[in-house]
Design a protein around this ligand. Structure first.
Ligand code: DOR
Ligand code: ZN
Length: 452
């Protein structure tokens, strides 16, 4: 369902400028942008006085794991979508490692049906590659709500894995659209397992799943893409080596992303984070973190994502290496990036470029990602004056914890708006969780993707 809304007196982050003024959404579409203001309210619209707030296009998170179907104790499409909305994310793309995995038309359709009933935001789904599901991959090619193929080239959470040469050739040579690759080399992981399997200190994780493990798979994936002229997106880039190498490969064919946790944490933080900080690929070292920032600024990396991958605190308490890899993040990614901006790491415009425009461009999401007349009315109003300390109890994610517990952040969304309808509100002095105000399934649509 779409709505009419008038936002007045906002500091608007427009595609090439910043202006204080008004923005009107009619029937879910941005109808008028008025730098300087002056739009008169009409009786059939909701009016927001956004004095002191910044208006951004809704953030798009192209990498989440909402665990639906199969693991409702970790998340489902309702809790995940509400968590996303609370963090200013108006569209998300969800990964296929579910129970059952989303690997063909029936399993994808099942997720689309669940999402239509449960979500409050826009949504799209990856279809997962297996060793033998080429027909399944092809059966959803170009379907509304399907954003691309996901290949795990190294094993991670779940059992999706394709790393043999002939299987990968088969997928790259026989499919269209975009392939998103988790690039860690399975062979190297297996070869080194014996050597690392006795280590129980968390520092072993980044030593075991090292930069070379990531680099081998990234180079392999790029060579498949080049050989078959296939769009490729390398997900969650973590190492300086990959980022510097990809800088030489950028063009029409290859895009990439970085997770906000890899821009924020390094090995020193792992000592305090413990298994909460355990993710695949790992949190690495300061030099990697700094290079990832540099390669974001120079355009090598297209977007900032969360890889929101919730696991219960109980399973996380198993210690290393028994604990599963993954952390939640959709509620905090935009405030965290805006906090980095407030501290001088980047500008608010950069955040819009990396969290709205970038993902819309990578996945061909027309009329999304920018404040432009005629675009969809997906908006977020953030408060850059108010600093709040995050705690586990402030979270919407079903697992009830955040790796950022105790961290002070600014840029919390006061209003998140989907198709011109308010889906989440937060008062500056009130509960940091804010209020989720949209009924399940009443806002948000299956996204459409243009093949690029
Ligand atoms: O840390 C991770 N967790 N990396 C992945 O590749 C999967 C994810 C999950 O689903 O838990
Ligand atoms: Zn992931």
């Amino acid at each position: 369902m779409s709505g009419n809304i008038l936002v007045q007196n906002a500091t608007m982050i427009l595609p090439s400028s910043e202006a204080i003024g008004d923005l009107r959404v009619r029937a879910g579409i941005i109808d008028k942008i008025a730098p300087g203001g002056g739009l008169e309210p009409s009786s059939d619209e909701t009016v927001i006085d956004a004095s002191g707030l910044h208006l951004l296009p809704g953030a798009i998170d192209p990498h989440v794991h909402f665990r639906d179907p199969g693991q409702p104790e970790k998340e489902d499409l309702e809790s995940g979508s509400r968590a996303a909305a609370s963090g200013g994310i108006t569209s998300f793309l969800d990964m296929p490692n579910n129970i059952p995995n989303a690997i063909d038309r029936p399993t994808i359709q099942a997720k689309l049906d669940l999402a239509a009933r449960k979500c409050v935001t826009h949504h799209g789904f990856f279809v997962g590659a297996t060793r033998g599901n080429l027909a399944g991959l092809k059966s959803v090619e170009g379907m509304d709500g399907v954003c691309g193929i996901k290949i795990f080239m190294g094993s991670s959470t779940g059992d999706l894995l394709v790393h043999e040469q002939s299987d990968l050739e088969n997928i790259f040579s026989n499919t269209g659209g975009i392939i998103a690759v988790h690039a860690e080399d399975e062979q190297r992981l297996q070869d080194r397992f014996e050597h690392y399997k006795h280590r129980t200190d968390i520092a072993a994780h980044a030593e075991y799943r090292d930069s070379e493990t990531a680099m081998i798979a990234t180079k392999r994936a790029v060579s498949f893409a080049e050989d078959h002229d296939h769009r490729l997106h390398i997900v969650h880039l973590t190492s300086a080596e990959e980022a510097d190498w990809l800088a030489t490969k950028k063009g029409r064919l290859i895009t990439t992303e970085v997770c906000v946790q890899h821009l924020t944490f390094d090995d020193k933080d792992m000592e305090t984070l413990g298994t909460r900080g355990l993710v695949n690929p790992p949190i690495r070292y300061e030099e990697d973190k700094e290079t990832l920032w540099r390669r974001l600024h120079d355009g090598t990396i297209d977007c900032v994502v969360t890889d929101h991958a919730p696991h219960t605190l109980e399973s996380k308490s198993a210690g290393y290496p028994k604990s599963p890899a993954g952390m939640p993040g959709v509620e905090t990614s935009l405030p965290l990036m805006l906090t980095h901006a407030a501290k001088g790491r980047c500008s608010v415009r950069d955040v819009v470029r990396w969290m709205s425009e970038g993902p819309a461009g990578v996945y061909g999401m027309d009329k999304k990602g920018s404040l432009i007349e005629g675009h969809d009315g997906d908006l977020v109003l953030v408060d850059l004056e108010n600093w709040r300390t995050v705690t586990d109890s402030d979270t919407w994610t079903r697992v009830g914890w955040t790796p950022y517990h105790g961290m002070e952040m600014t840029g919390w969304p006061s209003f998140t708006i989907v198709d011109g309808r308010i889906v989440h509100t937060r008062e500056s002095g009130g509960n940091l969780k804010g209020r989720s105000v949209s009924a399940s399934g009443s806002t948000g649509r299956a996204l459409k993707f243009r093949v690029i």
